[in-house]
Design a protein around this ligand. Sequence first.
Ligand code: SAM
Length: 432
Amino acid sequence: MIVKSQNENTDRQKEELTELLQWLCTAPNISSYRINTLVGTTEEILSEMKKKFKNISGASIELCPYLPDVIIVRNINVKDLDLTRRSLEVVIDVHCAESVLRGAHIFAPGVMGMLTGITLNDKVSIYADLENNCRKGFQKVFNSDKKLFIGNGIVKMTRSDLFGENLNPSGVAVEVYSNISGCILIEPNFLPEGSCLLQNLPSIICTHVLNPIPGECVLDMCAAPGNKTTHIAALMRNEGTLVAIDKTPSKIKQLQRNGAKFKTKVSIYQADSTKILDYTISTQSERLISDGPPFRSESFDKILLDAPCSALGKRPQLCNKSSEKVIKSFVPLQRKLLRNAVHLLKVNGKLVYSTCTITQAENEGMVAWFLTKFKCMRLCKAELHVGGSGWPTEGLCDTDLEKLQRFGPNSNVDSVGFFIALFVKEFSVDTT
Ligand code: SAM
């Protein structure tokens, strides 16, 4: 047995935290595109993408070795990019800079400052204002030690288009031709509508872990904007029953739009998933799933709970101002949602719990609480297991940790921070 001193443990934890924070500040080295297999095959889309991008030197577009519906685009080696700093500069906000590092162009609302005298089609260097200090419309060189060089681009909107009075500009303000992450974005507008979606790998893996099949009755409890719902429908080949719920009215509209765009057969309801269960509905009742919520106990074969969470797994994150209070606020809601999921699931049914965050309380801590609270639920190792193990946590043994999938700096998948746990319900919950 290796016994470590407390100092050694603390030093290791500090190193791990530094490594995690550095990882979160950088963009992944790949982008992943999920192919909607209801519309076309992965091979067809791959061939279209390769044809379209054959002129981008260094672009590598290939099939994902372990997911049949995913195409991986590797970032270009930054040594092959023109990252020479130019005297003309444009300053953008942090949110916009994060998108540029994932391959986006700069849209008008993200521009904070632009030197006077810059004209259309000028080549400029792009800087992020990490501390939000640059005033909108700033016209000089922005001097700040919290200014980060992001890349180079060509101006498509000038100061008068961007900062004139009573303007609400939209559209591309700067076309980015190089960025420090080397990420390129493939706009899928040359492909049939709804055939392809830019989606982070762990999110795609999450739905494969649920493994919905045609004919099943599946519930997506927190579904908007529908990235996983549309994937579930594709794996079910639109056969069976798929119910998607979300609490937020504006997001329901997005979910409906995406459902239609991806040719998805799904029943969408705006509801609070902590209140969609009614134990009192008996099996003799004529109420059907197609009547919408509330549902009777043990209605679904499979349930996805992609929970509302502190979302700290996003990459790159150049700045995060979430308060501790907000970060901690998700645990009670996640517990309520999990409680409902257990009751709504049939015996032998599968539940996937996932988050796009890194906190232990929302991930391993939640699993430990859940297993103590619901003896009917067994933690399982998914067939598709490509994430790293869970973090050591009170209440979980090493075997439990190996069943979890945590996506972070040490996992084999270079993507965002994410967490997946798979459970099977072994017997009914006693509600007496
Ligand atoms: N699964 C989605 C996807 O892949 O596109 C992302 C889901 S996002 C992580 C969490 C969602 O939970 C948000 O859209 C939010 O509106 C919704 N939400 C929050 N509280 C909820 C509740 N009590 N009931 C249902 N949905 C809720």
